[in-house]
Ligand binder design. Structure first.
Ligand SMILES: [Zn+2]
Length: 466
């Protein structure tokens, strides 16, 4: 048997791993989009490095676009089999892939305008909205903790990875000639403090582990007290300064966590009487999917829902879908909270809210998740005095605050805690994926200190015989 890495190899996006059996049968784990800008990223997304027609089985760990975002292209280019994932992952993919296709199409229109002006040949999107709709009929679901034989030689079981709704560790048992191999792929691993979904679950013993390494050299602040911190920021901004609180947040997971904290404060009577707006169509879709999959919630959240059946709704909270309603938020003069995407302020409606609020010192911009250094969110966290929005400079007069408690990725202690369910002596090899190279080196060193062994950091397209 052989395993090859076609993405998330010494980087954090483009997750794609191919297992080839002695019989020639090929299993693809994840089919993620490489994210970022530039011709190199575009090239990686346009050429898989393998032929989709040669893939026999495809299994998806979770719905994030860096794990799922090239599925429409995979199906368009000839993958004819089923797409196996958990029920919640399927439902999240339904609107996330459409949104991704919409971004591809609108980006290409913009690029083609420039190419046309220069008399150069026009290019096509990597896939279209039609492609994204077409691939959905290939999705088949398996609930958590259920062993399913998906082929005469392959059995799969999803265990909860605790990262986002529906996220799974993919546990495979493969018959390869005379031998059976057990391979586990962590996908992305979550935290032990998520308010809504369950913590990462122990997973069955494997022989070979493909493990994510995003925060392989980082520890999250401990213990996080997001509710107290958020209440303090709400009070100081909206009551003491009489300003607006602007929260850039990822639509899937992060927004629902923030809303559930605010809902909690409202339920306890601690929330000041101010209006809250969630201004993101994708966050509205994600919230709907979360409501439908409350079976994936942790015990605390399920217990809370016996007292308050809707943890994502309260009387002063409004979900804003239409563009006109979104624009109307600019005219609100009284203190309020606006939660909008994207989390790093790289696109989406949040940029308009920033333009409207960043130059007024009464307001606060609250960063609640990871922001890359070059993003507007990253610049704000690093103390920028001026930022550029739609090509225009804006002075940063609003307060900038940060709450670190909402990451969807476990830190290295949390990742090690999750994979420590494995007997280290039985595991033959560990492959580290989904991390920056220097972070992976640090993570490998820590794992070696903790008696894990045979740890590899694959290169892009590197093959291993196992
Ligand atoms: Zn993820």
């Amino acid at each position: 048997m052989e395993i090859a890495f076609y993405g998330a190899a010494q980087q954090v996006t483009g997750s794609k791993h191919v297992i080839t059996l002695k019989s020639g049968k090929r299993i693809l784990l994840d089919c993620g989009l490489f994210q970022g800008k530039g011709s190199q990223v575009d090239g990686l997304n346009r050429h898989f490095g393998f032929n989709p027609k040669d893939i026999d089985l495809f299994i998806l760990s979770h719905a994030h676009i860096d794990h799922s975002g090239l599925i429409p292209k995979l199906v368009k280019e000839g993958y004819e089999g089923k797409i196996w994932c958990t029920p919640a992952t399927r439902d999240l993919c339904e609107f996330m892939l459409l949104d991704s296709a919409h971004i591809q199409e609108s980006d290409i229109k913009y690029i083609n305008l420039a190419l046309k002006e220069r008399g150069k040949p026009l290019i096509k999107p990597i896939y279209t909205i039609e492609d994204a709709k077409a691939c959905m009929s290939s999705f088949y679901t398996i609930p958590y903790n259920t062993v399913k034989q998906i082929d005469e030689d392959v059995w799969v079981e999803f265990t909860d990875a605790g990262h986002i709704l529906g996220s799974a560790v993919v546990n495979l048992r493969i018959k390869d000639g005379m031998h059976y191999h057990r391979i586990a792929f962590t996908g992305d691993l979550g935290r032990y403090t998520n308010r809504i979904i369950r913590t990462p679950q122990d997973f069955p013993q494997c022989d070979f582990l493909i493990a994510e390494s995003t925060y392989g050299n980082r520890l999250h602040p401990h213990p996080p007290k997001p509710k107290e911190k958020l209440l303090e920021v709400v009070r100081s901004t909206c009551i003491e300064k009489g300003g607006k609180l602007i929260i850039p947040a990822f639509s899937v997971g992060r927004t629902q966590e923030i809303v559930s904290v605010l809902n909690d404060l409202e339920f306890e009577g601690q929330m000041p009487p101010i209006k809250v707006f969630v201004d993101s169509p994708m966050a509205i879709d994600a919230t709907e999917v979360m409501r439908e999959h409350s079976d994936c919630f942790n015990e605390d959240m399920q217990r809370f829902m016996q007292k308050d059946p809707d943890p994502f709704g309260f009387s002063r909270l409004t979900y804003v879908r239409s563009v006109d309603e979104s624009k109307a938020l600019n005219d609100i003069k009284e203190p309020c909270i606006i939660i909008s995407a994207s989390g790093m302020i790289e696109g989406g409606r949040i940029k308009h809210h920033l333009i409207n609020s960043i130059e007024n010192k009464k307001n606060t911009i609250l960063i609640v998740g990871y922001c890359s250094k070059s993003s507007v969110g990253g610049q704000l966290v690093n103390g920028a005095e001026e930022v550029s929005l739609f090509g225009k400079p804006y002075k940063v007069r609003a307060d900038v605050r940060k709450i670190n408690a909402f990451s969807a990725h476990g830190d290295y202690e949390e990742m090690i805690r999750t994979i420590s369910c494995q007997d280290k002596q039985i595991m033959k090899k560990i492959f580290l994926v989904h991390g920056d190279p220097e972070v992976m080196e640090d993570y490998r060193a820590t794992l070696l200190q903790r008696d894990f062994h045979n740890i590899y950091i694959p290169d892009y397209k590197q093959h291993f015989q196992i």
